[in-house]
Design a protein around this ligand. Sequence first.
Ligand code: SAH
Ligand code: SF4
Ligand code: F3S
Length: 438
Amino acid sequence: MARTLFIKTYGCQMNVYDSARMADVLAPLGYGPVEAADEADLVILNTCHIREKAAEKVFSELGRLKALKDARARQGRPLFLAVGGCVAQAEGEEILARAPQVDLVFGPQTYHRLPEMVAKLERGQGRLLDTDFPPEPKFDHLPAQGAQGPSAFLAIQEGCDKFCTYCVVPYTRGAEYARPAQVILDEARRLVDQGAREITLLGQNVNAWQAEGWSLARLLDALAEIEGLERLRYTTSHPGAMSDDLIGAHRDNPKLMPFLHLPVQSGSDAILRAMNRGHDADDYRRLVDRLRAVRPDLALSSDFIVGFPGESEADFQASLDLIASVGFAQSFSFKYSPRPGTPAAQLPHPVPEAVKAQRLDRLQALIDSQARAHLESCVGCVLPVLLDRPGRHPGQLAGRGPTMQPVHLAAPPSLFGQVVAVRIRESHANSLAGELAA
Ligand code: SAH
Ligand code: SF4
Ligand code: F3S
């Protein structure tokens, strides 16, 4: 029987990946994707718990969906509501208690069981909660991944053992788990057969990946052997797990793109210590120097938290100094948000909201100017661009350059999915425009 599924995704790339896999899991039951909740028989909210705002969004969305569910009940076409992801893992019981319209709550490690859970709902077997960390890795129970297009994501690692004091991920995703190399290589070959030209390896702590004596550098080498695969990336990395051979891969692996997301969070040693990051600011600077020594054109990206408890103006200035001295092609920055159950939530000396907001503005102004300078430095160059999406206007395609620059150009549809040489003519606030180089 044909049924319809709408998944709304919050949070990180891993959640985007998980949503695609949930759709793969439910396809054999007859669930096909639709574009909006009001066309769906089953709505899944795949949620994020990383900051307070992210978690709050779930409850306001559930309010809107309650009205839809009530209307649908009156029409005699039931709507099932499910909440998955990291809020579900952290606050499953509370969701069931606060939101009677929710039929099913499941965690990031149990979605391979969606077919049984949804079948139970369809049989009217009540409201369900499944937020175990099952001993068997869910990856062994997932069907083959559906086609993703020219730029594909492949989860190789999940979970985190780093326990930064502000972060919920070790609690919502559980302990680090590395998928076996052969399984990853098989999945990569399948993605390439389905049209992938670029694969981004995903993990919460991806550079901690190691399995059966293989290092991530060795895995990247084996992936680079796959014919038809042109580009490799990996994200997100922890500075403490950048091994010598992984640094070497940035020199030796011809398919590894010169871009690395390597979050540092703060430039203050006192704050880094309070965050339990396991490195100081100079460790990070030295690591960047070593990476740039082997790969001078490497573009870096980072995450920053402003207003961590106890952050003084001098601590904050140390973050600005680190940004100024390292130079980032792109960065993400956030106001510290206390998360229930994390050690930092117990720390004294919270930074007032107004100070957080003002620091965030100052830090963002600096990273934005660096990002614009990076884009401007590309004008006049010829860049290889993987055309993986439609452009803004008819007759255009868009894609990414080596350092993730978004590039728009006029190009025939036949070039979709190819890496083409593009002469960059202009830079805009967040993207580049160019033309096919002859
Ligand atoms: N494993 C990755 C991603 C973690 S979540 C990593 O270590 O980089 C993505 C980003 O959210 C983090 O890098 C951090 O900058 C931010 N973040 C995490 N917890 C936060 C909190 N409690 N308040 C504000 N920002 C937070
Ligand atoms: Fe969170 Fe730190 Fe783990 Fe990243 S490394 S997921 S910030 S605990
Ligand atoms: Fe959010 Fe969970 Fe990702 S908390 S950032 S969805 S791992």
